[in-house]
Design a protein around this ligand. Structure first.
Ligand SMILES: O=C(O)Cc1cc(O)ccc1O
Ligand SMILES: [Fe+2]
Length: 475
């Protein structure tokens, strides 16, 4: 077993800040001083740069990190498609495909349909399913080879990735939204413990391994893979200098390394590359980074720290007010992906229909529910349930279901706290998303009667233009 040169008490102490320039060393003196690439880096380490933007990207967008590690990441056998039983040039210690290599939905054709879609909670994973095997693509837009677009996944896993396994995505940054079960994410930069009501972002290229902790050894959640750019905090405009997600509440791991080199090709690294999985093996642990510095690193955020802001007079504001992270497109104010949450909050709007209004949006809206209920939709069996999802694609009309509408229309408008213990979220994108076969059929979770069930019973309140209505207009 690898030796972990790390004080366990230190494991969950994080560095704080969003889009900061950070540094961390697990061994004093491992970071070169005033140099990135000295002739002989300290302690016999190799220096390796990891780029998250072009070298020449403007300073305010530039994201790079320097890793000081025992061996650089190029020291591995050639990659082979993950379905191949023995991807390495030399014999693999586990010739049968690992659970991480049994994907089938990444290559699924995408279906573009204007219907509103909702899914019952997705199944928990069968025994022995690790994070990579348990990742299912639901929807996507764009093309990772052009670094444009995004993909939406759900995951369900019942087992930690093997101690000798690691995964990375060359396709994009992964935003993970756990819904059940905590994930202990071992990254090259250190550890991140990510529980339900927390999120994390693992940038493109960063190797990681997911351990399932708590939740009875089972975990379920949602993921967004951002093929273009990186997440930023939204502009605050007139809100001012604080509010929504505050930069200091983002947490980055501290350097922590394993030491294991030369005992045969025992480490398996799975790469997601153009939506296919490839595997290689190597003699050394990929988690051998003793120190790092830079602006390109994984991070986590506790959604409970979100400073929710809303109307204190009248009318329901646009949900942009709830944006945690935003990945901009080239058009100002237009996101490839916004990550938006609907946390518990006070509603005080006067003479206001307080739940979301009916609308058609040029953006696509994928929603999930981490816990509790959502104020515009009934919960319970056949409703919008934790672990389920909905998709309202570009210009697909939606809004509160009939019961929620009537309830809100007739509600006494005293201050009310909505969503106690609840949290829904939305991945909102300027792109029209296609839906996979797995999402439409194989997962068997689509609620066939979603639209009818939600809006079929909406009453006509129109008073008409007859005597009664004229009377009403004159009232
Ligand atoms: O469709 C939804 O439920 C999400 C949503 C919430 C809201 O408050 C306003 C607009 C919107 O799309
Ligand atoms: Fe919406």
């Amino acid at each position: 077993m690898p030796v972990t040169a790390f004080d366990v008490k230190e494991k969950y102490r994080y560095l704080n800040g969003f889009d900061s320039y950070l540094e961390s060393e697990a061994v004093h003196g491992a970071l070169p001083i005033g140099h990135n690439s000295p002739q002989k880096p300290p302690l016999g380490l190799y220096a390796e740069k990891l780029s998250g933007t072009a070298f020449t990207a403007p300073r305010h967008e530039n994201k790079q990190s320097w890793l000081y590690r025992i061996l650089p990441s190029c020291t591995h056998a050639p990659f082979a498609p993950a379905t191949s039983p023995s991807p390495s040039l030399s014999p693999s210690p586990s010739p049968s495909p690992s659970p991480s290599e049994q994907h089938d939905d990444d290559a699924d054709e995408l279906h573009y349909i204007p219907n509103q879609l909702r899914w019952d909670p997705f199944d928990h994973a069968p025994a022995g399913t690790d994070f990579v095997a348990g990742l299912h693509r639901l929807a996507a837009a764009g093309d990772p080879t052009l670094k444009q677009g995004l993909a939406v996944f759900v995951y369900a896993c019942s087992a930690s990735m093997a101690p000798d396994a690691a995964f990375y995505s060359a396709d994009g940054d992964l935003l993970l939204v756990p819904q059940e079960g905590a994930l202990d994410v071992r990254t090259e930069f250190g550890w991140l413990l990510v529980r339900p009501m927390e999120i994390c972002v693992i940038p493109r290229g960063v190797r990681f391994r997911v351990e399932v902790v708590g939740g009875g050894g089972s975990a379920r959640g949602y993921a967004l893979e951002l093929w273009q750019g990186h997440f930023a905090l939204p502009e605050l405009g007139p809100i001012g200098s604080n509010g929504l997600a505050n930069a200091r509440d983002f947490m980055a791991p501290r350097a922590c390394f394993d030491e294991d080199v030369g005992a045969g090709r025992r480490y398996r690294v799975t790469a997601k590359f153009n939506q296919e999985l490839f595997v290689t093996t190597q003699v050394h642990t990929p988690f051998d980074v003793v120190a790092w510095h830079g602006g390109y690193y994984p991070y986590k955020y506790d959604l409970g720290r979100f400073n929710t802001i809303g109307s204190i007079s009248f009318d329901h504001p646009d949900p942009s007010i709830f944006t945690v992270l935003s990945a901009p497109s080239d058009r100002p104010g237009t996101a490839v992906a916004d990550f938006v949450i609907f946390p518990p909050r006070w509603l005080v709007g006067e003479n206001t229909f307080r739940p979301p209004w009916y609308h058609r949006n040029t953006m696509s809206e994928f929603m999930g529910l981490i816990q509790g209920g959502y104020d515009a939709k009934k919960g319970g069996k056949g409703g919008f349930e934790p672990g389920g999802a909905s998709l309202h694609n570009v210009m697909s009309g939606h809004g509160p279901d009939a019961d929620s509408y009537e309830g809100a229309r007739n509600a006494e408008l005293k201050p009310a706290k909505v969503g106690g213990g609840s949290c829904a979220f939305m991945f909102e994108s300027c792109l029209m998303v296609g839906v996979t076969d797995w999402a439409l059929k194989r997962c068997r979770k689509v609620q066939e009667d979603y639209s009818e069930h939600s809006w079929g019973e909406l009453k006509v309140h129109w008073k008409g233009t007859g005597e009664a209505a004229r009377g009403h207009l004159l009232e």
